[in-house]
Design a protein around this ligand. Structure first.
Ligand code: GLY
Length: 335
């Protein structure tokens, strides 16, 4: 498909050249750089199979929006993934509640927060975007909307998640955020939580993004993180690029992280430098908190250049483009 597309572009370029020469107005020929996109990038190693799914659409010339929705549905459906989708760990009261948002190349966006009983919140977020006059539906209203749209209502708490929750309950002492955050970045912690954020540019150069998570394991009932918040967990501006985040959502929301990264790219920063600046602002505002938490940003610009930066080491992201389908990149970090 890639070669055929390249051939079409070369043929088109040849035809244009002939036309320009004939009319004697040719000044220069801008080479088509089709090595940069289509491209899809996503957070963490579990981005590899997600990107692969997105590529089944992007590789055929499909729309970035369709690709990111299909891509993040892979971790949402993964029964071994306890941080995203149907097998996500529950809140402290045993309810699995999910958050997701999606944004397209025209600035349209949709979101669901604290939705229960629905395995694919990203598709509900897309339905909110396309079938309602609203951007965000939450809680029972989001579930009701999903059921009305034909989504299957099902019990999401898996036996494994229930066991982990009951084990956590034995020692759980409610202490807001900081203890929860502590659990997030402890290497190998079974309660570590992450999010899939995905950004894609299609063959037409249009950008879309998606972000989905089950949020912090054993969070307070009703807690919503950054992932479904447009501008915090995800932002796309088709003129500039897109950004997404992972980690402790409260700090991302406080800094409107993904919007900040896109605006920094608009001012000329590279994707990595924009992510770094956003991370540094979090650290500067709360240096002591930052030592104990993880936040990572991932960004792509209109040219298809990408980069990431995190507070703590260990943040990875996956890249899939015309050159390579399963690249895992170790993100740089402040600590
Ligand atoms: N970044 C996901 C969350 O905080 O819920």
């Amino acid at each position: 498909m890639y070669n055929r597309r390249k051939f079409i572009k070369i043929t088109a370029a040849g035809a244009s050249l002939a036309a320009l020469t004939r009319s004697a107005v040719a000044k220069s020929i801008v080479p088509v750089d089709d090595t940069k996109y289509p491209i899809v990038i996503s957070t963490w190693d579990f981005g590899v199979p997600a990107n692969k799914e997105a590529w089944t659409i992007l590789g055929k010339g499909g729309r970035a929006l369709d690709a990111v929705e299909a891509g993040v549905k892979i971790p949402e459906a993964d029964m071994n993934n306890h941080t995203v989708g149907r097998a996500g760990y529950p809140d402290r009261d045993g309810h699995v509640s999910l958050d997701a948002c999606i944004m397209d190349e025209n600035g349209n966006c949709g979101s669901v927060a604290a939705i229960e009983y629905i395995a694919h919140p990203i598709s509900v977020a897309r339905a909110v975007m396309e079938k309602t006059p609203h951007v965000m539906l939450v809680g029972e209203g989001a579930t009701q909307f999903a059921v009305e749209q034909g989504f299957k209502k099902e019990k999401l708490l898996t036996p494994e998640s229930e066991k982990a929750w009951k084990e956590w309950l034995k020692t759980a002492q409610y202490s807001p955020v900081v203890n929860i955050e502590n659990q997030q970045h402890v290497p190998g912690s079974k309660y570590n939580h992450d999010t899939i954020g995905m950004l894609a540019i299609d063959a037409k150069g249009n950008i879309s993004g998606a972000c989905t998570t089950s949020g912090m394991a054993f969070k307070m009932r009703g807690r919503v993180g950054d992932s479904p918040i447009i501008g915090a967990g995800l932002y796309v501006d088709n003129e500039v690029g897109g950004a997404t985040s992972t980690g402790v959502g409260e700090e991302v929301i406080r800094n409107v992280g993904s919007f900040l990264v896109v605006e920094l790219m608009r001012q000329g920063l590279s994707p990595e430098d924009a992510c770094k600046e956003a991370v540094n602002r979090i650290i500067k505002k709360k240096p002591e908190t930052a030592k104990k938490i993880q936040v990572g940003f991932l960004a792509i610009n209109k040219k298809g250049e990408y980069g990431a930066y995190a507070i703590q080491s260990g943040f990875s992201f996956a890249v899939c483009n015309t050159q390579q389908q399963d690249l895992i990149v170790k993100g740089k970090s402040a600590m």
